[in-house]
Structure formats: structure tokens, C-alpha cells
Design a protein around this ligand. Structure first.
Ligand SMILES: Cc1cc2nc3c(=O)[nH]c(=O)nc-3n(C[C@H](O)[C@H](O)[C@H](O)COP(=O)(O)OP(=O)(O)OC[C@H]3O[C@@H](n4cnc5c(N)ncnc54)[C@H](O)[C@@H]3O)c2cc1C
Length: 426
């Protein structure tokens, strides 16, 4: 019997996730995605197992992201950055997520400090005085990133209802001469001990001590400032390289110029630019693609370093791959639409779609990863291959506030059945 030889080049598992001409990407978008893919394939994928095993922050990857201009991707061009908007960021981040989930997820926290203070803030109403002050202040942050490769984290979770958007953040900023005194605690602070600045969401206290969500401030706290400490261990199921330990702020002085957004702007953004909370999804979109790509290569006997054994001829495997592909296409199509219509004051339909996209990506990524392991079989769950890491990492997506899978379901159901202001009270 003639055994056909395997053409290793026949399936490109590093092909663009969103083929530029099919998805009408701009040349710049295609270029950013290609940069991410090349870095991912050459550098991030080989390093990922070690970061995962040691639960260590991907410092080396951050040097590469800086050198490739990706730390400043969303810094507006006039400040020396890439000038990428929301959709461009999401597409690029998905490509990073294919190779190292922890890098993509932490890079999201960093990029949000520039995306929210940059293109998002530009879309929102501000007084001329606030706009002028914001322009001057963000120049300080962007210079640190563009010139020095500074890394910004984004700790907002506190373990209470604030991260879901229900109540004011407990972490407080007490106004003092020239700035604020910040005190409080943040849990799950990705990049803890590794970022240069923590972009902390906190509540500016009123003179009577009352706390309101309207008074949320977004302040950059220097990681080396007096009173900042990182505590607790970090030995989780997945996303281990994010190093999301607990941060304590013990009467930390933060100067006025460290505000990443003017007073009131975060509250305004949360209400009027809701897609700002969907930026965790690209990481998991990329991981869903990676789980599928690996499965195809594995069943074809084309995984480098593995014996070239084919398993694709079994109908059950073909059905499982079809199921994975259908889920992947569904997630990609819905997600692409949602990131494309991210804008200020979206329609109700667009917001429902964004929640549905977030839910779909977070849940399907893990569904696809578990189907991948079942379909590839025992060898695929060995730590020498990426699938078991993707399986563990993707389990985390649905848990991330403020748009956890559960909260998305709650909001879609309520939003679909009620118009604003409607109740069932007699
Ligand atoms: C790998 C990883 C990295 C992270 N990095 C960061 C980071 O950098 N910065 C950051 O701020 N946070 C980060 N988080 C935290 C994350 O966003 C959540 O805040 C955290 O997982 C919530 O913890 P919890 O599930 O114990 O919260 P809980 O508040 O106890 O919520 C438990 C669950 O209850 C549900 N729930 C909560 N509130 C409501 C409500 N009002 N109505 C209905 N259901 C509700 C949600 O589905 C939630 O999943 C990270 C988390 C992970 C897993």
C-alpha cells in the first residue's frame, strides 16, 4: 500500500485569523496583525510553557512588544504612538492571544490605559478646560510608554460589587493639596510587581465622606510609591503568567497629573462607551483559534516534534472538528461585528450584540479547547503541547468582570424584555 507523504506546508496554522481582504482590514491593520503573529510564533509561543509552569510574568515578551511599537499601539500618532483604534487593537490582540494567553491578557490591561485615555476619551464630552488638562496629562503618560517602555496595569477588582459596576469602588482617593491620598485594596491585579504604574479605579470622597460612582477616578499610581505593596501568592488554574496578586495602597500620595481621565469621565465612558468592557475578549478569541488550529495540525499528523501519525480519517474526529469549526466561525463572525460597531452611544441592539459576543467568545473558547483535547486524545494533554494550557487559560475568560458570562446572560435577558424605565410594578 502506498502511504502518501505528508506535506508539512499544506496547512498554515499561523495564517491570519481574519484574512485582510475577506474582512476588509486596512493595510495598517493587516500589518499590526502580522507583526503580532510573527512575534507570537517566533517568541511568545516557545516561551509560554515556562511562564505558565513558573507562574512568571512574561517580561521578555514585553521587551519585544515595546521594540515592535505594540506597547504604544493605541497611543495617538501625534504623541508618537501607533494611533490604532478599538477594532485595530482587538484584531491585533487576538493574534497575540493565539500564542500566549497571559501576554495577551496583561497587554490588554496596559493597552486600556492608552485606549481609554486616548481614542475613547476623544469621543466623549468634556469641558474645554478638562480637555486641555487631559491633553497635557496624557502626554506625560504616553511619553513614559513611547520613550521608556513603561508598563501600566489596570487593577479595579476589589472582591465586592464595584467591579461589576453596581456600587462605588471602596478604594478611595481623598483630595489633598496637589493631588490625592489613595487607600484601599485591589484583588486579581494582573501585572502586580511587574508594571511600572497601576491604573487604579477609585472613588474620590466627598467632604461628607459619601461615595458615588459618578466620582470614580482613574489614577496612575507609581509602583514604587511609598505605601504601595504587593501581597499574597499566585498559584491559579490558568492565566498563570498574569501574576494577578493583591495590591495594597496604604495612604499613597498621587499627584494631580497622574489622572488618566478627568473627573467624571470614567463614569461617562462606562455609560456611553460600553464596548470598553469587551477588551478582554480578544485574548480568548485568539485562544479559540489556537485550539482549533492545533487540532487540525494534530489530526493531520503535522505537529512539529510529534510522530507524523494521521488521525483525520475517523468519522468521529471529522464530526468533532466540524463542531469546533462551526463554533469558531460563529464566535468570530459575531465578535468581528461587535468590535466593528464599538462606538460612543451605541444602539440597544449593538449593546445586546456586544454582550452576546463577549458571552460567546468566553464560553466557546473553553468549549473548543475541551473538544480539542477529547478529539486529539491522551497525548494532547501533555504539558509538552499547548492544548492543556489553552484549556486551563480559556476557563478563566467567563469569570472576568464586569462582563462575566453570567452577567452577560442576565443583561441580555433583561435588556431584551424591558425597555429603559419599564417595570412590572403596578
Ligand atoms: C486571570 C485573571 C486575571 C485578572 N486580572 C484582573 C486585572 O488585571 N484587573 C482587575 O481588576 N481584575 C482582574 N481579574 C479579576 C476579574 O475581573 C474578576 O473581578 C474576578 O475574577 C472576580 O472574582 P469573583 O468571581 O470572586 O467575584 P465575585 O464578585 O464574587 O463574583 C462571582 C460571580 O458572581 C457573578 N456576579 C457578580 N456580581 C454580580 C451581580 N451584580 N449580578 C449577578 N451576578 C453577579 C459573576 O458572574 C461573578 O463571576 C482577573 C481575573 C482573572 C481570573
Amino acid at each position: 500500500m502506498n502511504v502518501p507523504t505528508i506535506d508539512i506546508e499544506s496547512v498554515d496554522i499561523d495564517a491570519p485569523m481574519f484574512e485582510p481582504s475577506a474582512f476588509r482590514l486596512s493595510d495598517k491593520q493587516a500589518e499590526w496583525c502580522e507583526t503580532a503573529r510573527k512575534l507570537g510564533k517566533a517568541k511568545f509561543a516557545p516561551r509560554a510553557p515556562e511562564y505558565d509552569r513558573e507562574a512568571r510574568f512574561p517580561t521578555e515578551n514585553y521587551k519585544d512588544l515595546y521594540e515592535a511599537g505594540l506597547l504604544a499601539l493605541c497611543v495617538p500618532e501625534r504623541f508618537g504612538g501607533g494611533g490604532a483604534g478599538y477594532q485595530s487593537y482587538a484584531l491585533t490582540a487576538a493574534e497575540v492571544g493565539r500564542y500566549c494567553g497571559a501576554t495577551a491578557l496583561t497587554w490588554n490591561m496596559h493597552v486600556c490605559s492608552t485606549l481609554w485615555s486616548g481614542p475613547l476619551a476623544d469621543d466623549l464630552e468634556m469641558s474645554p478646560e478638562d480637555r486641555e488638562a487631559h491633553e497635557r496629562r496624557r502626554a506625560i503618560h504616553y511619553k513614559r510608554i513611547v520613550e521608556d517602555g513603561a508598563i501600566y496595569a489596570q487593577p479595579f477588582s476589589e472582591g465586592g460589587a464595584a467591579a461589576a459596576g453596581g456600587v462605588a469602588f471602596s478604594t478611595e482617593a481623598v483630595p489633598v493639596e496637589g493631588g490625592w491620598i489613595v487607600r484601599g485594596k485591589k484583588i486579581f491585579a494582573s501585572l502586580s510587581g511587574n508594571a511600572n504604574y497601576y491604573g487604579v479605579l477609585c472613588t474620590e470622597t466627598e467632604p461628607d465622606g459619601k461615595k458615588s460612582r459618578r466620582n470614580t477616578l482613574y489614577l496612575a499610581v507609581d509602583a514604587n510609591a511609598k505605601g504601595v505593596s504587593v501581597v499574597g501568592d499566585w498559584d491559579p488554574l490558568g492565566m498563570r503568567g498574569t501574576v494577578s496578586r493583591t495590591l495594597l495602597f496604604d495612604d499613597v500620595f498621587v499627584a494631580e497629573d497622574e489622572a488618566l481621565m478627568p473627573r467624571g469621565l470614567y463614569f461617562n465612558a462606562a455609560a456611553n462607551w460600553p464596548h470598553m468592557f469587551m477588551t478582554l475578549s480578544p485574548t480568548y478569541m485568539g485562544q479559540a483559534q489556537a485550539a482549533y488550529d492545533f487540532t487540525v495540525a494534530y489530526l493531520r499528523g503535522e505537529v512539529p516534534g510529534m510522530p507524523p501519525v494521521k488521525r483525520r480519517m475517523y468519522p468521529t474526529k471529522q464530526i468533532a472538528v466540524a463542531e469546533m469549526r462551526i463554533k469558531l466561525e460563529q464566535a468570530k463572525a459575531l465578535w468581528f461585528q461587535a468590535i466593528t460597531e464599538a462606538r460612543p452611544n451605541p444602539s440597544k441592539d449593538q449593546v445586546l450584540r456586544a454582550w452576546a459576543a463577549q458571552y460567546t467568545v468566553m464560553e466557546f473558547a473553553n468549549d473548543i479547547a475541551q473538544l480539542a483535547i477529547r478529539t486529539c486524545g491522551g497525548q494532547s494533554m501533555l504539558k509538552s503541547l499547548p492544548l492543556e494550557r489553552i484549556y486551563r487559560d480559556t476557563r478563566c475568560g467567563s469569570l472576568m468582570l464586569p462582563w462575566t458570562a453570567e452577567l452577560c446572560v442576565d443583561r441580555i435577558g433583561k435588556g431584551a424584555l424591558y425597555e429603559p424605565g419599564e417595570t412590572d410594578d403596578e
